[in-house]
Design a protein around this ligand. Structure first.
Ligand code: ADP
Length: 468
């Protein structure tokens, strides 16, 4: 039995408590038994003494009258002859020695004699008269208002001792047996109650990173252990999702990096296969540089996201004039918009300054405007609005482009997610732009809100807190 196991400790506690309870109860019962036996005996002695006192005096040591014997039988179930001594002796105040009992009879203590002289009865327990102590009652007898004689009635305490002994014997035999049964029962009960914990431990041990989809057995009983299983299962669910995300992320990241690297390698190999003209080399090198920039952008984006995840995104906070920033991004994006045949507008651009990292905010805005232009067919329009909204600055990029359905909307902030339509239309992109935008907004204690409907267009609004 391992003392550190809950089962062993429960059983130990249970058995100890039971032992203490039984000992207290047994002790009380033993005390009460002794008290009531002594009281019964005193009453019986008194009954005998009073009956004898009512008899006329016929000299010393008369035989026990039949009615006295009957009383003895009733109370003790014994023949009184060998059990009690009865003596009636004449009373003399002047010479107490004269009235002392015969040799071998009951001794009369000075205290009992003294009390008898005052007409009071005395109960005493005397040792040394036999193998067991004797309970003695000294009862004065009055005649015509005067104490004329006294009666002594004695009874061996053997029956009391025997009854007490039997009680102790029963206790000593039954108690260990009861405790043994209770301890065994407690152990089995604790084992039964804790069996689900063992099963849970076993199951939890089995669930490694490779088996995070497994769950602990739940009984549905809504007890403490069932709630523990549910809580652990919820935790496993979150771990599973996190692990899957990490795996998906590394798979996607390697895939995204592999594509430009393969293109780069292919182009360089083809260029090296035969001598080329300077123009051709120029074209290959320009293309290689383009792929290189793509890879660099991707790596930079991944780095930013992992830093934001770890909460260590470097922020160079300073006052940023958002109107100026919007104008700058607008100018830059104008070239892209024109190439795409999309009109780009700025609206209600009022000077608003916030504390933030200018480079990160520029990137955020550029990602949104770039998406707006990219996912809007020629002839459409992208509108950039900057305004105050309560304690916030609202930076809105709205387009009249392809829009998105609710399913896509739910997933656009996932890493590497690209809506099927965007992929089908052959739009370039890695699926990281919106994640980066959101991470930057959150690093500024802000958030991004999206509205979109397929075929109608989308509107992304970035809310950033205004300085108090
Ligand atoms: P990508 O590099 O593919 O643009 P993003 O993270 O910027 O990656 O966007 C994720 C996906 O969200 C895009 O692939 C596209 O399907 C969708 N999306 C983003 N912006 C818009 C928009 N303005 N209009 C329609 N769809 C958009």
């Amino acid at each position: 039995m391992h003392l550190r196991s809950i089962r062993a400790r429960l059983t130990l506690w249970y058995t100890s408590l039971l032992t203490v309870t039984v000992l207290i109860l047994g002790g009380t019962a033993y005390g009460l038994l002794g008290y009531s036996l002594a009281r019964d005996m005193d009453r019986a002695l008194q009954g005998v003494a009073l009956t004898l006192a009512a008899q006329p005096y016929r000299g010393s040591s008369p035989p026990i009258p039949a009615e006295v014997e009957a009383i003895f039988r009733r109370f003790f179930g014994l023949s009184p002859w060998d059990r009690y001594v009865e003596r009636r002796q004449p009373w003399s105040d002047r010479d107490p020695q004269e009235s002392s009992p015969r040799a071998g009879g009951l001794p009369l203590s000075p205290n009992a004699r003294h009390r008898a002289a005052e007409g009071l009865q005395t109960f005493e327990t005397l040792e040394g008269l036999g193998p067991y102590p004797v309970r003695v009652l000294t009862q004065p007898v009055r005649e015509a208002g005067r104490v004329t004689s006294l009666i002594q009635v004695g009874m061996s305490l053997e029956s009391v001792a025997v009854t007490r002994g039997r009680f102790l014997l029963v206790m000593a035999t039954v108690l260990p047996l009861a405790l043994l049964c209770a301890g065994g029962g407690g152990w089995l009960l604790a084992r039964r109650a804790l069996r689900p914990v063992d099963r849970m431990t076993e199951a939890a041990r089995r669930i490694s990173a490779e088996h995070l989809h497994e769950r602990l057995e739940s009984t549905g009983s809504d007890d403490e252990l069932d709630r523990l299983a549910t809580t652990l299962n919820d935790m496993l669910g979150r771990l599973d999702a996190a692990f899957r995300q990490v795996r998906q992320f590394s798979a996607d990241a390697s895939h995204e990096l592999q594509t430009p690297l393969t293109i780069l390698k292919g182009e360089l190999e083809v260029a090296l296969r035969a001598p080329r003209s300077p123009d051709e080399y120029q074209r290959v090198l320009a293309s290689a540089l383009e792929e290189n920039e793509r890879i660099a952008r991707l790596v930079e984006g991944l780095l930013l996201l992992s830093r934001a995840d770890a909460g260590v995104l470097r922020m160079d906070r300073q006052p940023v004039d958002l109107a100026a920033l919007v104008a700058e991004v607008g100018d830059y994006a104008q070239v892209l918009a024109e190439a795409q045949g999309v009109a780009l507008e700025f609206k209600s651009v009022a000077p608003i300054t916030i504390q933030g990292d200018r480079e990160h905010l520029r990137r955020l805005l550029l990602n949104l405007v770039d998406n707006g232009i990219k996912y809007t067919p020629a002839g459409g329009r992208v509108t950039l609005t900057l305004q105050r909204d309560g304690g916030w600055v609202a930076l809105r990029v709205a387009d009249t482009g392809i829009g998105m359905g609710p399913e896509e909307l739910e997933r656009i902030f996932e890493r590497f997610y690209r809506a099927p339509e965007a992929v089908e239309q052959g739009k370039e992109g890695s699926g990281l732009g919106l994640c980066i935008a959101r991470s930057i907004a959150e690093a500024h204690d802000g958030r991004i809100h999206v509205e979109s409907s397929p075929g109608q267009g989308s509107a992304f609004t970035v809310f950033l807190p205004l300085p108090a």
